[in-house]
Each structure stands twice: as structure tokens, then as C-alpha cells.
Design a protein around this ligand. Sequence first.
Ligand code: ATP
Ligand code: LTN
Length: 335
Amino acid sequence: MDRRPRVLSGIQPTAASFHLGNYLGAVRQWVEMQDAYDAFYCVVDLHAITVEYSPAELRRRTRRAAAQLLAAGLDPERCTVFVQSHVPQHTELTWMLQCLTGMGEASRMTQFKDKSQRYGESAASVGLLTYPILQAADILLYHADYVPVGVDQKQHLELTRDLAQRFNHRFGETLTLPNPYIMQAVQKITDLQEPTAKMSKSSSSPGGILDVLEEPSSLRKKIMRAVTDTGTEIKADEENKPGVTNLLQILSALSGTSVPDLEKRYEGQGYGTFKKDVAEAVVEAFAPIRERTEKLLADEAELDRLLVEGAVRARAVAAETVAVVKDRMGFLPQG
Ligand code: ATP
Ligand code: LTN
């Protein structure tokens, strides 16, 4: 039996490429955690249909997301990589958990409030409202001890813990309470053009977002044009210099040098040299991922085969949890 603590995380296939926030806030941690933890990582395609989408694009983006995860360093021999919709227990447990969730509780989630505002209250689907409950099911099915995510997901993790606790209280000790695993230094990478907002697949403008699969020349251009603040000092100050602070955090995360050390290194230098170094660090991190992603996408059959293998492993765990949950809740055995 595997005695390592369990980890689960998910990423939405809502764009053709991951961005720097996804990479630093999530994917890089996933890669680092795959040996010390018994790790399950999924492309959450069911979450991606909570907003307008096209079926052909979803199919393409799901494969691209999986390919990028493998290209970034997830190794199917060392962790389980799968597509959420391949494991029907995710939707099954969602229903059970929905019946334990209050209406008010669901409508208080800030991601729902943000997104429903963006799409218009009446255009927002019920799926968008229950999105965090599906996320809770993703996590609880695998008895995850830790969930590596960006800070924006903290509230969803709290809901997940509340639901697990409620279930256990009502039906007996069954589900594991998960802990968020949030890297302090990279909890929020912000938009290059609007450095107080998070870099986001769905709301950043093209100039504000750095895509993992983007051409190096375009990455360099965007970083050189990133909004910096008045003054010339290269100093972290989230309130008055959010643009420079974001770039410092990016360079620090990619180079392993602390922000104070970077501040010292760039003392007395202009924004130009600093930005050039940020650009080179980003290009260097993304170029090999881009190359490997293209290779993986060139052999769709092999990629699909790896995902089937991952789903088989995931389903074995998920089916066991659902069987226990159903029994505790009073459903008759299927024989
Ligand atoms: P959207 O903004 O369209 O909802 P997203 O860009 O946040 O999408 P997700 O698939 O929802 O992408 O997120 C995948 C992971 O990346 C999550 O763990 C999330 O916390 C993390 N993440 C997303 N954006 C950032 C960011 N700007 N900084 C740090 N982490 C981030
Ligand atoms: N809601 C998350 C994506 C997500 C997830 C999960 C993260 C879906 N299921 C399970 C961790 C664990 C997001 O928007 N980033």
C-alpha cells in the first residue's frame, strides 16, 4: 500500500495554452510533488462547460492541456494524470454533495459572483453555481490530504472541508479533510497590463497574459511593454508599485533568487535591463515545454492511450469512495 500523503489538483482546459500564473501557481508545484506524494492530477473538462464553449475547441484544448502537463514534467509512471469526464464518479459524488450544500453557501463563492457578473446574472448557468461542489467531489473522491492551487482557490477548499465535515458528522467518518497547499511566493501572478488583477485565461487581455505555448518574440515584446509604475526604482511595493512587484516575483520564482536579493542586484539600474532579464527567464522556462508539447500533440493516439491508463487508475480509487459513500447514505447495494 502507498503510504505517501495523497495529493489531487485540477486545471481547466479553457484556453489553447496555460499561462504563467497557471504554471507558477499550480503546474510547477504539481511536478515537484509527484515523488513525495501519491499524486492525482486531472484536466477538469466538466468544469470547462460551465461557461460558453465550443465542443470542437473543448476536445482540442483538453488534449493540449494534458500534453502541456506531461511536457512540463508530469510523468505518468510517477503520478496519475487523467481527464475528469473519464471518471463518472466525479459527477455522481457531486449530486450527493449538492444535497448537503446550502443555496446561500453556494451563492457566496466569489468566483461564481465574479463570473456570473461578467456573463450577466441570467446568462449564468446553474453549473456555474454548483462548480465548487464538483471541485469538492474531485478532491474528496481521492481522499486528498493536500491540494496545490493558487490563492484564488482558497474559498473553494474551505467549502470542500465544510462539506466533508458535514458528511462525516451526519453519516459517520468517511471523507478526508483536505488542506490547501499554496506557495507563498507565487500565490498570485498578476496581469501585465492591469497589475492589480490576476493573470487569467478568461479575463486578461492578450497583452496582459504570458502563454506557455507562445512564441519567444511575442513573450519578450509583452514583457518589455508591461505596465511599470512611475518612478525608476526596482523595489517590491504591492500597493504603490504593483507592476514592478509582479515582475520581481516572476523573476524570483523562475531564478530562485529572493526578491530582496534581486532588489539589490538591480539597484540603480533602469526598468529596461530588468525587464530584459525577466523576459529571458520566461522564454527559457517556456521554450522546452513548448517543444515537448508539440511533440506530444503530434501523436494523438499515444496521448489518448496515456490518458486512458490514467483514468483506469483514477477510477479504481473513485469507485471505492463512491461505494462507501452510497452505503453510508442509505442507498441499496447493487448486488
Ligand atoms: P480563469 O481565470 O479563466 O478562471 P485560470 O486562469 O484561473 O482560469 P484555472 O484552470 O482556473 O485557470 O486554474 C488552474 C490553476 O492555476 C489553479 O490552481 C489556480 O489557482 C492557478 N492560477 C490561475 N491563475 C493564477 C495566477 N494568476 N497566479 C497564481 N496561480 C494562478
Ligand atoms: N476550480 C479550479 C480548478 C479545479 C481544481 C479542482 C483545483 C477543479 N477541480 C480540484 C484543485 C482541485 C480553478 O478554477 N482553478
